[in-house]
Design a protein around this ligand. Structure first.
Ligand SMILES: O=C(CO)COP(=O)(O)O
Ligand SMILES: O=C[C@H](O)COP(=O)(O)O
Ligand SMILES: [Zn+2]
Ligand SMILES: [Zn+2]
Length: 309
């Protein structure tokens, strides 16, 4: 089976009221950890690549690793560009074999966001590639650019309908209070579920996407800190809230921070106990296993996508 688009995955997820995990990838160990977990769980999977990841690992390497993942696992895997900032990067990923792209025009005014999204949709659909867009703006860190909470804005439900109709986009990332990175809430976590429900009701059978959806599990933050890290005041989205979102039309849940924490905690712990090690395989093997365990946990405790092939 070749790489697949998100179309069929989302149709099934919408109907079954569960979500597909979209995990950010940057290197071989991360990809292997994620894919091994999905294979054991027989779960559909989205591997997503940010502009930063593409710069770090290079397009061709990530492409070939994703192809290897498909061949090795036999799973339906979608390879997706995360937060494409303009038409050019989307075109480059489409031409280079990705099966899905995100055009993130959320920093633009409404009409400009529509214009750039429409342009990407036309190019992508002519080549059998699916497109995600974003309306409303998440706070947090994206590609080392910090979006302050003052510049963030929640998605307007009526605008969402108009946006989807006018652009022909396949899925839409919405802003309801999540944010990128490890510091999502200062006080009690809260998401605007009334807004999500309204958007979902206005767009029946249309897949919504939740970015900034890591749970920032305290045990991993604690482990990083125990072994020399300094991650203070980190807080994520509670698992219960993500499960609720999965029942309200959210078909794709984006997870990056939790993988970073799992990998870093594992490597820190390894070096604390084995200061003499210097063969990268000695610490990357448990790190890969930590990624795998985290993804298995997500599939079962958050996504409910196990056995949904
Ligand atoms: O939304 C994300 C990638 O697009 C990742 O979100 P987290 O930072 O919560 O993992
Ligand atoms: O949305 C942000 C993702 O976590 C990707 O992060 P990155 O741009 O640092 O690769
Ligand atoms: Zn964005
Ligand atoms: Zn994101």
């Amino acid at each position: 089976m070749p790489l697949v688009t998100s179309k069929e995955m989302f149709r099934k997820a919408y109907e079954g009221k569960y979500a597909i995990g979209a995990f950010n990838v940057n290197n071989m160990e991360i990809i292997q950890g994620i894919v091994d977990a999905a294979k054991e769980e027989q779960s559909p999977l989205i591997l997503q690549v940010s502009a930063g990841a593409r710069k770090y690992a290079r397009h061709i390497y990530l492409m070939k690793l994703a192809e290897a993942a498909v061949e090795d696992s036999g799973l339906p895997i979608c390879l997706h560009l995360d937060h494409g900032e303009d038409f050019e990067i989307c075109k480059s990923c489409i031409d280079g074999g990705f099966t899905s792209v995100m055009i993130d025009g959320s920093k633009f005014p409404f009409e400009e966001n529509i214009t750039v999204t429409k342009k990407v949709v036309e190019y992508a659909h002519a080549r059998g590639v699916t497109v995600e867009a974003e309306l409303g703006r998440l706070a947090g860190v994206e590609d080392a650019v910090k979006v302050s909470s003052k510049d963030a804005s929640y998605t307007d439900p009526d605008q969402a309908v108009e946006f989807v109709e006018r652009t022909g986009v396949d899925s839409l990332a919405i802003a309801i209070g999540t944010s990128h990175g490890a510091y999502k809430f200062k006080g009690e976590p809260s998401l605007d579920f009334a807004r999500l429900e309204k958007i979902s009701n206005l767009l029946p059978e249309f897949p919504l996407v939740l970015h900034g959806a890591s749970t920032v599990l305290p045990e991993f933050v604690a482990k990083c800190n125990q072994y020399g890290g300094k991650i203070d005041g980190a807080q994520g989205v509670p698992e219960e809230m993500l499960k609720q979102a999965g029942k309200l039309g959210v078909c794709k849940i984006n997870i990056d921070t939790d993988l970073r924490l799992a990998m870093t905690a594992s490597i820190r712990e390894h070096f604390a106990h084995n200061p003499g090690d210097f063969d990268p395989r000695q610490y990357l093997k448990p790190a890969r296993e930590a990624i795998k365990n985290m993804v298995k946990h997500k599939i079962n405790a958050v996504l409910n996508s196990s056995g949904r092939l």
